[in-house]
Design a protein around this ligand. Sequence first.
Ligand SMILES: C[S@@+](CC[C@H](N)C(=O)[O-])C[C@H]1O[C@@H](n2cnc3c(N)ncnc32)[C@H](O)[C@@H]1O
Length: 217
Amino acid sequence: MPHTLPTVGPRARWALAAGAVAVAGGAWWYGDKAPYPYAQRRLLDVQLPFLTARRLDDVLRPRPGERVLEVGPGTGLQSLHVAPQLGPGGRLDVLDVQPEMLDHVMRRAERHGLDNITPTRADARELPFPDGAFDAMYLVTALGEIPEPGRALAEAVRVLAPGGRLVVGEFFDRHWIPFGRLHRLADEAGLHLGTRQGAPFAYLARFHPCPSYSART
Ligand SMILES: C[S@@+](CC[C@H](N)C(=O)[O-])C[C@H]1O[C@@H](n2cnc3c(N)ncnc32)[C@H](O)[C@@H]1O
């Protein structure tokens, strides 16, 4: 008796195609780690709910004279707000993998008359700074874009001074790190939670390096 292949009707074909698109879309949503495209920079100037400048102040508490590191400044929405609070005796280092973002921040800083911002092009997984160089460090909607966020957190621990502060802001987009995962990664890196504000889909959390801790490998 000849074998016949089962026939697939048009509705089943549409369902299969939709399933394939959904799988591909899901893989992209969860797997893509490309940095935020500079071409879409205008969206970065929008303050996100629960991640506003005032809320960042509440959690980061920048003070005059401090040296602070911002990783992934994008177009400088937070940089232009934090740098003036550090005063002439303080300094904000902004570090990004994309030179276009850094150039953009520095153009805006110049227009605002800010001369205490220093740009560095580098990857957050290998920070080109000595141990204990910073009083505080922050990343807003940037940690999830870094391919190995645990390595970036370990580097944060290294470059923070004893008693330093690390603030992470995350928002529900395709690079989102849910708070539970962040808390686990922070724990592995040797950071303990100070405070957390916001909502499950948009939060700011402050961590501190645990005294005399060596990261688990
Ligand atoms: C979504 S933008 C956030 C910009 C800004 N913090 C804001 O909230 O508007 C993420 C930024 O992280 C930077 N970035 C991505 N991967 C990075 C890495 N491995 N090291 C340093 N910066 C990185 C991107 O270039 C981009 O500027």
